[in-house]
Design a binder for this molecule. Structure first.
Ligand code: GLA
Length: 375
């Protein structure tokens, strides 16, 4: 806040996430099981008495400002579009906002598939909540409503057609828990993470090429499959119905649909395994999820496959899979606490030999969703 010559009055934050299982199911009205991680996007700030927002980014070393009465999009790809989008959507939803000066700092790796964008959106939303409505009380928003608004900012303002998972977990995650979400009803349930195991994240350091266009293409293929099967969404197609009618679909569309339909089942089985502290079953489901994303949904990459193969061979690893949209980014492994060192060594040693790239490895702890407090 020194750059603005002001004392900070609030701190707002939101975490990144990993998805344990349930990939590319959220936009099919299906089930997901993410957890928030112990890496945040943080904004420290102070409200202003006019309707201007000034934000300085520590990561990018730049500053942006916009007037709440005329929010324009910055250039494509600019980080500030997430903040601008949130302001725009909140106002269009009828919330009165107050301007603020803020410094934003992210420790969620950028563009690695750990949802740094949803974390910026939710942290900005929390900053507006803290700044209040111009001298009056803070904004009152419940966690699910906040997530939906942040998703709308990404869909309508930024122009990325993502599902609800990332914003929802950034909003409603809880320390020590995974969050089981029904992406149709938005009903959710916190499920304790088992003791004695670690979620290890491996960033492949590979660029996520074609991610946006391939993502939209997969969505369109799922919608086509649902249409051809006469269902509102793939969520509504049981495995039995699908197997009976699979021949009616073009082969590519059938493979995409198969991934989604069986992945939904795997999430339900994984939640049951988690409730029973059955880590072995949970890990097997993770492995199956990865195979399906690689072979049927075709959103993995040779780097993600390499991490998963290396991890799956290490004793004490229950399961491993890519996480997030895919096409590069991060993989996760569920590993016995005692074997975290061995797994890290295996990845650091073998991954560069197989891919020529240097991986980054983080052990993650399930953490709390977005929050703010006064200073
Ligand atoms: C991205 C999107 C999510 C979800 C995942 C794939 O993270 O933002 O909504 O679709 O990909 O599971």
């Amino acid at each position: 806040m020194q750059t603005f010559g002001r004392q900070p009055a609030f701190v707002a934050r939101a975490p990144g996430r990993v998805n344990l299982i349930g990939e590319h199911t959220d936009y099919n009205d299906g089930f997901v099981l993410p957890m928030a991680i112990d890496r945040d996007v943080t904004i420290i700030g102070a409200s202003r008495d006019d309707r201007v927002v000034r934000l300085r980014s520590v990561n990018f070393g730049d500053e942006t400002s916009f007037a709440l009465d005329r929010i324009e999009k910055a250039h494509d790809g600019a980080w500030s579009n997430y903040a601008r989008g949130v302001a725009d959507v909140l106002q269009r939803a009828g919330f009165a906002l107050c301007g603020f000066d803020g410094v934003i700092y992210g420790e969620v790796p950028i563009g690695s598939g750990l949802s740094s964008s949803a974390a910026i959106e939710m942290a900005t939303l929390m900053a507006f909540a803290a700044a209040g409505a111009g001298g009056s009380a803070p904004l009152a928003l419940d966690g699910a409503q906040a997530a939906r608004l942040a998703q709308r900012a990404e869909n309508e303002f930024v122009g990325v057609n993502c599902g609800i998972m990332d914003q929802f977990i950034a909003s409603l995650g809880k320390a020590g828990h995974a969050l089981f979400i029904d992406c149709r009803s938005l009903a959710y349930e916190l499920t304790p993470m088992p003791k004695g195991v670690t979620v290890l994240v491996v960033d492949t350091s590979a660029p996520r090429s074609l991610a946006a266009s391939a993502y939209n293409e997969r969505r369109a293929q799922c919608e086509a499959a649902a249409r051809l099967l006469g269902a509102p969404a793939l969520r509504d197609v049981s495995a039995e119905t699908f197997e009976r009618r699979r021949g009616e679909l073009p082969d590519l569309i059938a493979r995409r649909a198969a991934h989604v339909i069986y992945e939904n089942r795997r999430v339900l089985d994984a939640v049951a395994a988690l409730r029973a502290s059955d880590v072995a079953t949970f890990g097997r489901l993770m492995n199956q999820s990865h195979a399906s994303l690689r072979d049927a949904y075709e959103v993995s990459s040779k780097e993600l496959d390499a991490v998963v193969e290396i991890a799956q061979r290490v004793p004490g690893v229950y399961g491993a899979r890519m996480t997030g949209a895919g096409f590069g980014g991060c993989a996760i492994a569920l590993v016995d606490d005692a074997q975290v060192g061995a797994l890290t060594q295996a990845v650091l040693h073998e991954y560069p030999r197989r891919t020529g790239r240097a991986p980054k490895v983080y052990a993650c702890v399930a953490s709390n969703g977005a929050s703010w407090r006064t200073l």
